[in-house]
Design a binder for this molecule. Sequence first.
Ligand code: FAD
Length: 415
Amino acid sequence: MRPTAVIIGAGQGGLAMSRCLADRSIDHVVLERGEVANSWRTERWDSLRLLTPNWQCRLPGYEYRGDDPDGFMAAPEVVDFIAAYAKDNAAPVHTGTTVTSVRRTDGGYCVSSDQDEWQCQVVVLATGAFNVARIPAFAEAVPSSVATLTPMTYRNPSELDDGGVLVVGASATGVQIAHEIQRSGRPVTLAVGEHVRGPRDYRGRDIHWWMEAAGVLDERYDEVDDIVRARRVPSMQLAGSPERATFDLNALTGIGVRLAGRLAGIRDGRAQFSGSLRNKCELADLKLGRLLDTIDEWATTNGLDDSVPPPERCAPTTVAEPPLLGLDLLGGEIRTIVWATGFRPDYSWLDVDVLDAKGLVRHDGGVVDSPGMFLIGMPFLRRRKSSFIDGARDDAQDLAAEIAAFLDRQASSAT
Ligand SMILES: Cc1cc2nc3c(=O)[nH]c(=O)nc-3n(C[C@H](O)[C@H](O)[C@H](O)COP(=O)(O)OP(=O)(O)OC[C@H]3O[C@@H](n4cnc5c(N)ncnc54)[C@H](O)[C@@H]3O)c2cc1C
């Protein structure tokens, strides 16, 4: 089979690309190992809701149509949203088709799957940034008496043994999971490294409304000082709860969660935490202050000061002294560890030399370091919002233009 383009993955990224290629009459197929929106169907814990407001669920030619624009969709609703998008566009998706290899050929690429083989000029990698839970190497030293889970295997607190839980990592995933486990009556210790603090609402509006309005989410990859670092920044401590609750560390300690520093290692059955918790919290407070300064400046410049409540600042993060530096994992206090230490993509099927030392695809704003190969869905691919649903909208439009230009160049060099 010889379509011009093959898109691998039918999440929001692949489907947004499909829509934009269709708009340009570029024939293509979308190959998906599961169902459309597979990761939202199979890789999320039960209570997960979007942390982005519903009104921000926008894809090329499509947007949220429900009656709760300021609410936050639960994972099954996200599945419905993305599946409806695929249906609306009559996207040419081949479900149940796992790509097993992509390799270069004279004319472009050969994409092999467990179903068929495709020859194409263009390949779009839309397989997602969050395929595999990232776990530190010292996880091997966890005593066998302690159960371990990742956000991909964790479903809800009732599946855990009674007793203490160590949640490692305090980004959006870690704080949400820590919160619901603590609420279930299992005492949580949360290991906190570098993190990004954020209130759900600020001056009467959702923090994502402000970040969008002030241009923070649209900041471009070629405008930031250090894009390598920017791509590694952890996700903001946010959750989309019906109560619009803030999920920062003060909220967690308020319900009884115990904080520790970054988990630095495990030796002889003892978890060892870094003593940097206070510093990390002060840094996160400082960065939040800077974000709120940016928002306030934007509000003043744009004449909003009279129509929204006045500026306010969040209370500094409270850190208990002395810091917890060690925790016995053999004594029975901790029954479960949840590794909320991030995710990484899986390119084990990619036979083209485009991966860097960290196993990430080398690219310039989604234009991969191999002619005719493109990438979508990575953190800060082209904009700060790139890995969000809303980010796929602008990135897909930009990349479709890049793909069209590439095909034009190919056509003119052939003549
Ligand atoms: C826990 C969590 C919460 C998030 N919350 C939000 C949020 O609130 N708001 C927001 O905007 N974003 C959120 N995101 C980020 C982002 O929107 C999601 O990760 C989203 O799923 C990314 O879409 P995608 O299309 O890039 O990748 P995915 O949805 O992961 O889609 C990739 C697809 O590729 C398929 N695939 C992978 N390998 C192969 C292969 N070899 N062959 C065939 N198919 C393959 C997968 O099955 C999958 O369907 C969240 C992410 C996570 C992990």
